[in-house]
Design a protein around this ligand. Structure first.
Ligand code: CP
Length: 338
């Protein structure tokens, strides 16, 4: 955990963030996919998040008067709490809605639920759902900015942004770096966003997993290399990125057993040694200890970045909320109410 928090007062910290932002806006009104962001957008987010991280838990007023709704129709620990804490640190009024409290359980459409939340004047609606494509569909019908906090097997863009920040914190850049992803890419929305952002930023993505987890044509679509031999895949890697086997999405049907999977693809200290000497180990969480990776690696000094990813998550998510809730260019999001 970083102790590098600035000694600035809240007002000085806000001024610094405003100076860094320098009246710049994102090119998009919503973030449902990494495809919504240009390289300039990504650089702006990382630049602001670097400074936002230094403000730690200091209460700022950059989002005073703004309303942020966290609509989590599917379970979450890291994403939900970090969006909520970041919004609160920036002074927003944050409202949390879970799947069990949503009127969707009574048969209301997600569109009507989302239009209802937008009618309160929410500047941002953060949405997690089991349905791939739901945020992309709903963003067209509300004036609020939609942030996709994970949709089905599709994408999880704020995760990819915090991952890229974690890589840059250590290696200084993504360009030219080799990232080896180990695990169930078939059912992983993290893979969907990380593959897109690594390609955009000029890194190389390798994937190692059972071939049953490899979607058709994925190598061509995302420009990645597929391996089945973990030692070969890890050789020369700058980042070892482990993914969970997504049992709740039916992964069990693609492997003989978790024990078999782990014997061949679980990260161990011996396997990690095939990566470059200064390689880091990452995982989006939740980690399934002794399946995805050996338990002792989760917090291994100088290697594991799992908790740095969590910390960066708050800075990135605060940055996204600030950038989307306030614009300097005066542009208003177009939408169609039906
Ligand atoms: N990485 C991630 O999305 O974790 P949560 O499901 O806990 O939010």
């Amino acid at each position: 955990m970083s102790l590098l928090h600035s000694g600035l007062s809240a007002q000085e910290q806000e001024e610094k963030l405003l100076n860094i932002r320098n009246n710049r806006d994102l090119s998009t009104f919503d973030i449902v996919s990494i495809d919504d962001l240009t390289v300039e957008d990504i650089n702006l987010i990382i630049e602001i998040a670097d400074e936002m991280k230094k403000s730690g838990t200091k209460k700022l007023g950059l989002l005073k008067g703004a309303t942020i709704v966290n609509a989590f129709y599917e379970n979450s620990t890291r994403t939900k709490t970090s969006f909520e804490m970041a919004g609160k640190h920036l002074g927003a009024d944050t409202i949390n809605m879970s799947g069990s409290s949503s009127s969707a359980k009574k048969g209301e459409s997600y569109q009507d639920t989302t239009m209802t939340l937008a009618a309160y004047g929410a500047q941002v609606i953060v949405m997690r759902s089991e349905y791939s494509g739901l945020p992309a569909q709903l963003k067209k019908h509300v004036p609020s900015a939609i942030i996709n906090a994970g949709d089905g097997w599709h994408e999880h863009p704020s995760q990819a942004l915090l991952d890229v920040k974690t890589i840059i914190d250590h290696h200084g850049t993504v360009e030219g770096k080799i990232i080896t992803m180990v695990g169930d890419i078939m059912h992983s929305r993290v893979f969907g966003s990380v593959a897109r952002i690594i390609k955009k930023l000029g890194g190389t993505l390798r994937v190692v997993c059972p071939l049953t987890f490899v979607p058709e044509n994925v190598e061509k679509v995302f420009d990645i290399e597929i391996f089945t031999d973990i030692e070969k895949a890890l050789t020369g890697a700058d980042v070892v990125y482990s993914l969970r086997v997504q049992e709740e999405r039916g992964s069990g049907g693609f492997i003989p057993s978790l024990r078999e999977y782990s014997k061949t693809f679980g990260i161990t200290k011996e396997r990690l040694a095939f990566a470059n000497e200064n390689a880091i180990l990452m995982h989006p969480g939740p980690v399934i200890r002794d399946i995805d990776m050996h338990s002792a690696l989760v917090t291994l000094n100088n290697k594991s970045r799992v908790l740095d990813q969590v910390e960066n998550g708050m800075a990135i998510r605060g940055t996204l909320q600030w950038l989307l809730a306030s614009r300097f260019d005066g542009k208003v999001k177009p939408f169609t109410q039906i």
